[in-house]
Design a protein around this ligand. Structure first.
Ligand code: BGC
Length: 263
């Protein structure tokens, strides 16, 4: 099925049509910068522009950098707090006229990795960590997602893990790779104590610099890099939307109501 995948982020909003059977993007992605206010209205205007750019009339799957339940965004660590309680899926559906499903961005990226990437056909507990402005996490058991894990915000040493071990923290504090690698290693080891994953997949922009920090990581489980990299968020958002459509998921009202209308 062809679905427009959109990855809503704090610095950019990216989208491309995706064939969900294969995970292939059907056109080069379009990336537009996130407006500085990072508020819902101007960001949703950009989502609409992306849909118009692809002359899209079909379903849209969006990844969002916060907790998402029933299409409503419930947290906003790195975007405007105006997103909290916002009926994001409903509003995108209204503005674009397309059935819309919204999920957490790390859940989307993880879904892409367990379906087509490094976690394909892996059973047991798979933990995906995306490292960027935020620390995104998604948890899978035998390929099934536990949504909104939000393990980027666990407290370590009395501090929010993301504020110390994200890529933004590395840049903000001008940390050496050794120093940041040490922090990130502590973070991963804490996650291992909590969830004993059978596999950890590292994604997000910084994973392409693994040669600089990989040597500082020592975890008691298998650790691999994501394979879809930049595309995971877009592909995974489309996959999440496809899964909701297939299951007629009552938790995504903005998807189903418009689908009903189109029938
Ligand atoms: C948010 C998560 C998100 C991650 C990556 C965190 O700050 O709380 O929901 O997945 O950033 O964007």
């Amino acid at each position: 099925m062809k679905i427009l995948g959109i990855d809503i982020g704090g610095s950019g909003i990216k989208g491309a049509p995706v064939e969900t059977e294969t995970g292939q993007m059907l056109a080069p992605r379009l990336r537009l910068p996130t407006p500085p206010s990072a508020r819902p209205e101007p960001m949703i205007d950009i989502v609409t522009t992306i849909a118009q750019n692809f002359q899209w009339t079909g379903p849209i799957g969006c990844g969002f950098p916060g907790v998402v339940r029933n299409g409503v965004t419930l947290s906003a660590a790195n975007v405007s707090k105006k997103w909290v309680g916002y009926h994001t899926a409903e509003i995108i559906a209204e503005k674009t006229g397309c059935p819309t499903c919204v999920v957490n961005d790390a859940d989307a990226a993880g879904l892409a990795e367990v379906t087509f990437g490094s976690g394909k056909d892996r059973r047991g507990v798979v933990l995906v960590v995306t490292i960027g402005t935020g620390l995104g996490t998604s948890l899978f058991i035998d390929g099934r997602l536990l949504p909104n894990a939000e393990l980027g915000h666990i407290e370590i040493g009395g501090e929010d893990a993301e504020s110390r071990a994200s890529d933004a923290a590395r840049k903000r504090e001008k940390l050496s790779w050794k120093k940041w690698g040490g922090r990130f290693n502590r973070y991963l080891n804490t996650l291992c104590k909590l969830h004993s994953p059978d596999l950890i997949i590292l994604g997000g922009g910084i994973s392409s610099k693994y040669d600089k920090f990989g040597r500082y990581l020592d975890v008691p489980t298998e650790l691999v890099l994501a394979t879809l990299l930049n595309e995971a968020g877009i592909v995974g958002a489309a996959l999440a939307c496809g899964a909701c459509l297939a299951n007629n998921d009552a938790a995504q009202p903005a998807l189903n109501r418009l689908q009903e209308k189109k029938r």
